[in-house]
Structure formats: structure tokens, C-alpha cells
Design a protein around this ligand. Structure first.
Ligand SMILES: [Fe+2]
Length: 306
């Protein structure tokens, strides 16, 4: 039975939920088994006992784009891959959202993968509370592969109720005094259908980018750095992504062993300059298959655009 929070789903078709590339059978079985094995959230509780396990780094960056004199600096705060579920401890989430609140951003940007092992009633409520706790003039979110594999309509409701605009191949202009800035939210490259039809997916992204083509500052958010293939050479100044977790299990020196993303293998974390675009790949916040990370600490980011 639905709790009171999800009663708002009645009659709600979902603004961006649509057919997706599904899990393969093996992955679905794995998640079913993990949901049974991890009941009670013991993996996150166990990992919390490890010193420093709930620490989240703050990545602070500046972006000088020569905006008109008199424009105030625009502060963006970016968090991704929160993965509410049995492998992410509440203390890690609280630390991440504390940093996002402390940043006092003009715009909060969220990079997707809000849950792991399903968008349950309690996770959806917790997500709503956390996002609601950040004060920002505007909150913008994209969805990730784990969201589309869960119940994206529930996540859309939770995010919307926390004052968030969800952009899937859509774009908007910021209100004054930052109306020289346009932000586009891109579809998740991994789960979007027409896997073989790169051109049609590129066309959908191009339509979104066209809506902010006359903005002096153009920013895009995509769950995965594979979105770089869509925006490369198209005049985007800043592309913010997550998905990689920095490899999640990495070797000393932050060297990932495996990253499930072609572009993520090249850009697994951090800031990079690529063909006129500043690409930032967050290591995200939460756990997915396993609760622990090695040499891939969680992070959130702040960008001051001047
Ligand atoms: Fe993730």
C-alpha cells in the first residue's frame, strides 16, 4: 500500500519516464540476490566502522569565462550518485548534503543515480528531505541508469516536490542576474534506447543544446561522461558528470581497475579540458554493488563561474 508521500503519484504519468534499455537477466538476478542479502542495510553499517569511511571531499573550482562586467559570480554546487540504499550510510549522505548546503549555491545540480536496489517508499522520502534541505534559487537534476532501472516516476515526484526541475534532453536559461547562462540536462547514455542509432540520440541532444545556443555561458549535465560524445565541439563550456565513482575500487594513486563507461575509462574522475569544454567527473557519494571504496573517495563539487 502506498504511503502518504507517494499518494501524489496518483494519476502521474511521469514527465520523463519512458521505455529504457532494461537490465540483462544476469544483472536483474544479481540485484534480486543483493536485495535479499543486504536486507537491513548491514553492509553500510559495517563499512561505517572503518575510519574516515563517511568522509566526503569538497572539490572547489573556478571557471573564468569572461562574463559581462557587472554580472555577479554564479555558484554551482554539484552532487551525483547518492545511491540511497543498503550500501550507503546515512552519515555519508548527511556529510555530502551538509557540504552542498554550506556552499550556498545559486544553482544546485544533481547528476543522477539517486538509489540502489530500487526506489522504495523510505528512500524516496529520504531523497526528498535531503534535496529539500539545500537552499538554492534553482535546482536541476538529470537521471542515471539506476534511476531508470528503479521506478523513475517515484524519483521524479520526490525531486520535483523538493523544488527540482528534471531535464532529459531539455534546457533552460537562468533568470536575471544570471540570464547569460543556459543549462542543458542530457539523457542517460547507458539506458537510452536506440543503442545502435547514435544519430537519433545526437539529434535529441542537439535540439536541447539549440535552446541555449544564444547564451553566453553554456553548461550541460549528464549522468555519465559518455555524454561528452554528444556535446564535444558544440560550444559547451562546462560538462558535469558522475557515474564512474572514480572506479569505486581503485589502486593507490586513484587508478581505477574497472570503469563501466567508455569515456569514463579515459576520464574516470576530476577536471579535464577537452576541445574547449571543461569536463568534470564526480566520484559520486554513495555505494552501489559494495559499500566500500578504495582510493576513490566520495566527493561533491562547487564551481564559481565568473
Ligand atoms: Fe552510480
Amino acid at each position: 500500500m502506498r504511503g502518504p508521500f507517494l499518494s501524489s503519484l496518483d494519476g502521474y504519468a511521469g514527465c520523463v519516464s519512458r521505455q529504457r534499455r532494461p537490465y540483462d537477466v544476469g544483472h536483474r538476478r544479481l540485484e534480486k540476490a543483493l536485495a535479499a542479502l543486504y536486507v537491513g542495510g548491514w553492509p553500510a553499517k559495517l563499512w561505517r566502522l572503518f575510519p574516515g569511511s563517511t568522509q566526503v571531499r569538497l572539490e572547489q573550482h573556478e571557471l573564468a569565462l569572461g562574463r559581462e562586467a557587472g554580472r555577479p559570480s554564479l555558484r554551482l554546487a554539484f552532487g551525483s550518485d547518492f545511491h540511497l540504499g543498503p550500501t550507503t550510510h546515512r552519515a555519508t549522505l548527511e556529510r555530502a548534503f551538509h557540504l552542498l548546503r554550506e556552499a550556498r549555491p545559486d544553482v544546485l545540480l544533481l547528476g543522477g543515480d539517486y538509489v540502489f536496489l530500487g526506489a522504495t517508499q523510505s528512500r524516496v522520502k529520504e531523497l526528498n528531505d535531503l534535496v529539500h534541505s539545500v537552499r538554492a534559487d534553482l535546482k536541476i537534476a538529470v537521471l542515471g541508469n539506476h534511476d531508470f532501472w528503479a521506478r523513475p516516476a517515484r524519483l521524479e515526484v520526490a525531486l520535483s516536490a523538493a523544488g527540482t526541475v528534471i531535464l532529459v534532453n531539455e534546457a533552460l536559461r537562468l533568470p536575471p542576474p544570471h540570464d547569460d547562462v543556459g543549462i542543458a540536462g542530457l539523457d542517460d547514455p547507458f539506458t537510452s534506447l536506440d543503442q545502435g542509432d547514435f544519430e537519433s540520440r545526437q539529434h535529441a541532444v542537439d535540439e536541447a543544446l539549440e535552446k541555449i545556443s544564444d547564451a553566453q555561458v553554456r553548461i550541460a549535465v549528464c549522468h555519465s561522461p559518455d555524454g561528452l560524445l554528444w556535446v564535444r565541439g558544440r560550444g559547451i563550456h562546462l560538462l558535469l558528470c558522475g557515474h564512474t565513482h572514480g572506479g569505486h575500487i581503485a589502486l593507490p594513486g586513484h587508478r581505477p581497475i574497472f570503469v563501466p563507461s567508455p569515456m569514463g575509462k579515459v576520464y574516470p574522475w576530476g577536471r579535464h579540458e577537452v576541445d574547449g569544454t571543461t569536463l568534470f567527473v564526480s566520484r559520486g557519494v554513495g555505494g552501489s554493488l559494495v559499500p566500500f571504496r578504495t582510493w576513490a573517495p566520495p566527493d561533491v563539487a562547487v564551481f564559481d563561474v565568473r
